[in-house]
Design a protein around this ligand. Structure first.
Ligand code: SF4
Ligand code: SF4
Length: 176
């Protein structure tokens, strides 16, 4: 079971690569221990800048001894797997599907702008909102460019339904 769980995360990395979150809260103690970590300040909180510098492709290169927030965090896929609600193969399928939706969205994004893989998904969208002139203009853009709008909707839906916390305080320390 522990090996299966490790294999689920090692094929994923979505909570570390900027797809699910912009940063992860971290303590000062952990910042000094993992000196390769880049940190940022957001809303008065210190966090790991994502994509994380310990991420090697989609694997955490410090998986067996990682910052506290990373050891304590489980996304909804992992929690449902732990509870026996989700089978191993189904967890893998959700991750594959999400990655394929992410690739599709990047493709659509690149039709109009340049997707920057070095910053989180939310920041790429934020930059695009600024370029088109604001939230309302962005909504209009997504409606007018149907494939782009659909790719964004599908991606947001799978992230919200499959990975996000159901209760307000779950996963709170990894803000999106
Ligand atoms: S998003 Fe979930 S399954 Fe993926 S690496 Fe993070 S905790 Fe593991
Ligand atoms: S240290 Fe590892 S688990 Fe934590 S954010 Fe970085 S890559 Fe992810």
């Amino acid at each position: 079971m522990a090996e299966e769980k490790e294999s689920i995360c090692k094929d994923c990395g979505l909570c570390c690569d900027g797809t699910l979150f912009q940063f992860s809260d971290i303590s000062g103690e952990d910042v000094s221990k993992w000196d390769k970590l880049k940190t940022i300040e957001l809303d008065g909180r210190t966090g790991i800048e994502l994509p994380c510098s310990y991420l090697d492709n989609c694997n955490c290169s410090t998986y067996n001894d990682k910052p506290k927030i990373c050891s304590s965090y489980s996304c909804k896929v992992l929690r449902r797997y732990d509870q026996g609600v989700l089978k191993f193969d189904d967890a893998k399928t959700i991750i594959e599907k999400t990655k394929s939706l992410m690739a599709e969205f990047e493709g659509e994004f690149n039709e109009h702008f340049v997707y920057n893989k070095g910053i989180p998904l939310a920041k790429n969208i934020q930059k695009m909102v600024e370029v088109v002139g604001g939230q309302e203009e962005f909504k209009t853009f997504a409606t007018d460019h149907e494939d782009f709008g659909m790719a964004l909707r599908d991606l947001r839906k799978v992230i919200k339904n499959q990975f996000r916390a159901q209760k307000k305080n779950e996963g709170k320390s990894k803000p999106k």
